[in-house]
Design a protein around this ligand. Structure first.
Ligand SMILES: Cc1cc2nc3c(=O)[nH]c(=O)nc-3n(C[C@H](O)[C@H](O)[C@H](O)COP(=O)(O)OP(=O)(O)OC[C@H]3O[C@@H](n4cnc5c(N)ncnc54)[C@H](O)[C@@H]3O)c2cc1C
Length: 467
């Protein structure tokens, strides 16, 4: 990585002048809160040299301009719920937290949009939309803690992406501070636009390496008239997963299709201390359907029931929505109790290749003697594997995990898949990115980074190395 200058007392003074004395600190105790994200392995933690909490876009721009002049890295941070070490300051420097950007600026129910600052929590966006009879479709499982700016920076997915797309599909436009400190609005409140390069789509999903998002205008939708959550329970994984293709071909257009393997179901049951149906041997498919009216909902539910039953489901139940989503969303916390150190994989494959991806993941985990739990945004071909270090010594764990990942991703790429469906590359997957990405594609990314951030100030050491 490029050599940066340390944050000197003079730089600290300048930072304090920009954001205010109270909103810039460098004492170790406070810095520790900004040393990691939710990646469950403390080996990735890295203390920043200072943290700034700006309150305006102009302040961010001035911090970034100072960083270019004084040669120190700036790492944008939302709520720190990321799972790829994207907000971890691996090159030192300054963490720039968006936590004071917490205002909802405008909710326009007539034109169906909402403008919010980047540090507004995702569930606050959902609630504000609901309060005016509308609906924000972005729905990561971390919605009660992550920020909308973090969602845009990672192109977060979540439960409803199968019908509504990922975060990049929910955004009209946003304001962003570019790596040299310029402030620009990218995108527009238009439904079509072929006016030059689509720069907003380049910055969305760039994990804080191409710009700092400060506010965004989001698309809202009418609330669905009817919604039902169905729990279909299967005793074999292949039959459960096969439901995805059957539903899509039957034109059911589900809103959510979430898979939990039996080990995941049992793990959540132990954590919540609540009995879950058929937990002794059931794999879950949680399917949400929306409809225009009661009759439409009845027809869709009957079709789903038929498809699941014909395909071997041992139970097809109308789920208690609150209970079933609580169970699904508790997965990450539940597995933490089983092993403090874990590796999350975020595989994505074409939807028709999920059965092979699931089988191969299980087979290779078995080969390396690694305990595994699996949940999946199955409607998107996105599989989350949680691998446990358990009692393994660190070097043994590292060796087995490396063997597992290299073998697995060879096959995943052959299936047409990629390293990450929604969590991003960050720091954690950088080596795998280098190994599995087409060198021409990687070189294009490097040249874009260098063109926009010639001094390599913004979030260095993430996604790929430039030098
Ligand atoms: C329990 C749990 C469940 C989760 N479920 C999902 C899920 O269903 N779907 C999903 O996609 N993810 C999920 N995640 C991962 C995580 O919540 C998302 O990646 C989320 O979008 C991160 O938002 P954040 O505000 O916490 O960002 P952070 O973790 O703070 O940052 C993430 C990345 O974005 C950059 N960044 C943050 N804010 C900005 C900004 N304003 N401008 C520029 N760059 C910025 C950072 O530099 C970093 O690279 C889950 C995580 C947990 C712990």
């Amino acid at each position: 990585m490029k050599k940066y200058n340390p944050i000197t007392a003079d730089i600290l003074t300048e930072l304090k002048l920009i954001v205010g004395e109270k909103h810039c600190f460098s004492d170790e105790e406070k810095l520790a809160n900004y040393a990691n994200d939710e990646t469950p392995d403390s080996k990735y933690a890295c203390l920043p040299e200072a943290v700034v909490l700006p309150a305006t876009t102009e302040q961010i721009s001035r911090v970034v301009k100072l960083a270019n002049r004084a040669n120190f890295p700036v790492v944008p941070r939302g709520a720190g719920t990321g799972l790829a070490c994207g907000a971890v300051p691996v090159g030192g420097g300054v963490v720039l937290s968006l936590e004071r950007f917490d205002q909802i600026i405008e909710v326009n129910a007539t034109a169906m949009y909402m403008t919010v600052q980047a540090g507004v929590r995702t569930d606050e966006v959902q609630k504000a939309a609901k309060a005016v009879g509308l609906f924000y479709a972005g729905d990561p499982c971390s919605g009660d803690s992550c920020f909308i700016g973090g969602n845009i920076a990672t192109n977060a997915g979540g439960n409803r992406a199968v019908k509504y797309g990922t975060t990049r599909h929910q955004v009209y436009e946003f304001e962003v501070v570019m790596p040299l400190g310029e402030i620009v609005r990218l995108g527009s409140r238009l439904n079509k636009n072929t006016t030059g390069y689509c720069l907003e789509q380049l910055v969305m999903g760039s994990e804080g390496t191409l710009g700092i998002i400060t506010q965004a205008t989001l698309k809202l939708k009418p609330l669905p008239a009817q919604v039902i959550d169905v729990l279909a329970v299967f005793t074999d994984v292949d039959s459960a997963i096969a439901i995805v293709g059957l539903m899509l071909r039957a034109g059911l257009t589900p809103t959510c299709v979430e898979f939990m393997d039996n080990a995941a179901v049992q793990s959540v049951e132990r954590f919540l201390q609540e009995r879950l149906p058929h937990s002794e041997h059931g794999h879950y498919m949680i399917i949400q359907l929306e409809a225009d009216n009661e009759q439409d909902l009845e027809n869709k539910t009957a079709t789903l029931d038929e498809l699941c039953s014909e395909n071997g489901a041992i139970a097809v139940l109308v789920a208690d929505s609150q209970k079933i989503w609580k169970a699904r969303k508790a997965f990450t916390e539940a597995t933490r109790l089983e092993s403090a150190v874990q590796s999350f994989e975020d595989i994505v494959v074409p939807v028709d290749r999920i059965p092979e991806a699931v089988a191969v993941s299980n087979r290779i985990a078995n080969k390396y003697g690694l305990a595994i739990r699996m949940v999946s945004h199955a409607g998107d071909g996105n599989i989350h594997l949680t691998l446990f270090r358990g009692e393994l010594p660190e070097d043994e764990w590292d060796q087995r995990l490396t063997g597992f990942e290299n073998e697995l991703y060879e096959i995943i790429y052959r299936l047409g898949g990629r390293l990450s469906g929604e969590h991003g590359i960050g720091y954690k997957r950088k080596d795998l990115m280098q190994k599995f990405t087409d060198p021409v594609e990687l070189d294009m990314m490097r040249r874009i980074k260098l063109a926009l951030d010639p001094n390599l100030i913004l979030n260095p050491g993430k996604i790929f190395d430039v030098e």
